[in-house]
Each structure stands twice: as structure tokens, then as C-alpha cells.
Write a protein of this length. Structure first.
Length: 139
């Protein structure tokens, strides 16, 4: 059964229960989901651009780092406006240190429990930063 048919069926049930005409609409994304989506896109794009820059240097001996530097400084300054030093350290670790040129991937572990902290995706980094915000706000 298609999504539209399911929605129409649910709508008719609601109409029957209420005894009146009703309407359904898709949920508007929450502001936090929008921020998470933007954050993840920024990290994915920064990771792509950094990889492209390193690839150009390695494969074609073209160093774009000096050209890209002013963009990275601008982005870093925007991060300073929104994130603490500790949060920026996590973001920078994920962008520049987690994924090694050899193909190896570093893991983030809790110092106390030695449990591996999920950090493979930008979504994982977002969640980690939100946890830190919650801890900071509860102090």
C-alpha cells in the first residue's frame, strides 16, 4: 500500500472518530534537526575539501593549502562563535586526525571506562557535542 493511501486511510479513521473533517500534514522539522543537518553537511564538505586538497598535493604536486587557508580560517572563526575549545578539538580531531592516510581509523575512547565512543560519522560528532552541552548546562 502506498504512503498516500495509508495517509488517506488514517485520515478517514480520524474523521470517523472525531465526527468532523480533519487534515494531516507532514511534521515540520525541528530547529535542532535543521542545525544537526547543517552541522553534518559542513563536516562532510570540510572533509571532502581537505581530502581533495591533500590529493591534489600528492597526485599532481599542486599545493592548494595556501589558497584554501583563508577559507579554513574563516570557518574556524565561525566555529569559535558557536563551540567551546573542547568541542572544536573534537571537530578538528574528526576532520584531520581520525582518518589516517594509510586507511586506518582511530577510535575515540572514554578515559575512565575505556569504552569506545561512537565517532565515525558527523552525526556521531554532533551527538557527542550535544552531550557536552547538556553536561555543561547541568553544572
Amino acid at each position: 500500500m502506498s504512503k498516500k493511501k495509508n495517509v488517506d486511510k488514517i485520515k478517514s479513521y480520524i474523521d470517523d472518530i472525531l465526527g468532523a473533517k480533519s487534515s494531516l500534514r507532514e511534521k515540520v522539522p525541528a530547529k535542532i534537526n535543521y542545525k544537526k543537518q547543517l552541522f553534518c553537511e559542513v563536516l562532510q564538505n570540510l572533509q571532502f575539501v581537505n581530502g581533495r586538497t591533500l590529493g591534489m598535493k600528492h597526485d599532481y604536486k599542486v599545493n592548494m593549502m595556501d589558497y584554501d587557508d583563508c577559507f579554513y580560517v574563516a570557518i574556524e572563526n565561525l566555529f569559535k562563535l558557536n563551540y567551546t575549545q573542547e568541542q572544536r578539538n573534537i571537530i578538528n580531531w574528526w576532520l584531520y586526525d581520525k582518518f589516517l592516510p594509510t586507511g586506518d581509523v582511530l577510535m575515540l575512547t572514554d578515559k575512565e571506562s575505556e569504552e569506545v565512543i561512537p565517532s565515525d560519522t558527523p552525526e556521531d560528532i554532533w551527538d557527542l557535542i550535544q552531550e557536552q552541552n547538556a553536561k555543561k548546562n547541568n553544572k
